[in-house]
Design a protein around this ligand. Structure first.
Ligand code: NAP
Ligand code: ZN
Ligand code: ZN
Length: 354
């Protein structure tokens, strides 16, 4: 198998830098994919900097992958060479536990295999992600990307898209429902677009005054500056659902107070440090609930891609070259990206072979 050119972090303190490796030989059900574009998720930063305390170095991040099939294993029949495909956060799971049987591989009772920082179930080798010229993945964890979508803009659907689609779907966002999205970053802007396409009344909560007009352009019916208690108070007791995408520790109480009776706030943001525990009476008195949600299963990810194909939804992206990744990380930390960086992997291929 050809050498794969990639970028990796060698430890929690070092910047990402070029790193070559040899991918596994194609197994019977494998698909080999030439990576064209890879989105840059805030999770890549958490992981590269070991903020979740589980990173195995060197780590090659990247789990918003879009590419073309270049080869398939002997018994791999789902995809053909040339197909436009995607890979998200998972590349395998046990397939036999109750969660896997329900198509909820992300909650695999035996632990799913992450696209990066995961452990191959057969060899124990550490998986490497999409900041790479190619990836090799079992066909069951490869998604079909609608050909009508711009492939670069579609890449962030593989994590940011499904992570917001899944809880919106689960909690019944749709016509007649008032849905809040907290944080206008990579996940948040997908949440606004998807909730709007589902027909919900969408309210964006942002800390950034500069994002108000964009919020409306992206599909929010209303935009609230979450730091302004007066603006917040106008929405008290009114939300059916709030999806909280914030990547940093913060006080949840002001958002819980906006939920109606039986309303739910689902946390998808995964900060380094936990949020302070919310006030109990804020929940009890209106039977409000707080939930969490992790990406989405493979079938639901395909459903989301097809939904986005039908509604022509892609991410708003800023395309970068591979060698701009460290600068991009710093800008994400300042909430300075509109609204997802996507790496043009040709810049990695060309540089590596120059
Ligand atoms: P992102 O692009 O950095 O967006 C996060 C947004 O949160 C920012 O744009 C900002 O929005 C807001 N924010 C940041 N710091 C804040 C603070 N101190 N107080 C209040 N608001 C703040 O990140 P992302 O890629 O969307 O990821 C968001 C989080 O979700 C990360 O923690 C990531 O690891 C996690 N994640 C979870 C899953 C899952 O399966 N649950 C999947 C993917 C990612 P405003 O400027 O609008 O305020
Ligand atoms: Zn992600
Ligand atoms: Zn399982």
């Amino acid at each position: 198998m050809n050498i794969t050119h990639a970028w990796a972090a060698q430890d929690a303190k070092s910047k990402l830098a070029p790193f070559d490796y040899r991918p596994r030989e194609l197994r019977e059900h494998d698909v080999q994919i030439e990576v064209l574009f890879c989105g840059v998720c805030h999770s890549d930063i958490h992981q590269a900097r070991d903020e979740w305390k589980n990173t195995i170095f060197p780590v090659v991040p990247g789990h918003e992958i879009v590419g073309r099939v270049t080869a398939v294993g002997g018994h791999s029949h789902k995809y053909n060479v040339g197909d436009l495909v995607g890979v998200g956060c998972m590349v395998d799971s046990c397939r036999t536990c109750s969660s896997c049987e329900e198509g909820l591989e992300q909650y695999c009772e035996n632990g799913f295999v992450g696209t990066y920082n995961g452990e191959d179930r057969q060899t124990g080798d550490i998986t490497y992600g999409g900041y790479s010229t190619q990836v090799v993945v079992h066909e069951d964890f490869v998604l079909r990307v609608p050909e009508n979508l711009d492939p670069a803009g579609a890449a962030p659907l593989l994590c940011a898209g499904i992570t917001t689609f899944s809880p919106l779907n689960h909690w019944g966002a749709g016509p007649g429902k008032k849905v809040g999205i907290v944080g206008l970053g990579g996940l948040g802007h997908m949440g606004v677009k998807i909730a709007h396409a589902m027909g919900a009344h969408v309210v964006l909560f942002t800390t950034s005054e500069s994002k108000v007009a964009d919020g409306k352009r992206l599909g929010a019916d209303e935009v609230v500056i979450s730091k302004d208690p007066e603006q917040m108070a106008q929405h008290a007791n009114s939300f059916d659902l709030i999806i909280n995408t914030v990547a940093a520790q913060h006080d949840l109480n002001p958002f819980i107070a906006l939920l109606r009776r039986d309303g739910n706030m689902t946390l998808v943001g995964a900060p380094e440090h936990d949020h302070p525990s919310p006030q109990v009476f804020n929940l009890i008195l209106k039977r409000r609930s707080i939930a969490g949600s992790l990406i989405g299963g493979i079938a639901e990810t395909q459903e989301m891609l097809d939904f986005c194909g039908k509604h022509n939804i892609v991410s708003d992206i800023e395309m970068i070259k591979m060698n701009q990744i460290n600068e991009a990380y710093e800008r994400i930390l300042k909430s300075d990206v509109k609204y997802r960086f996507v790496i043009d992997i040709d810049t990695l291929r060309n540089e590596a072979t120059a």
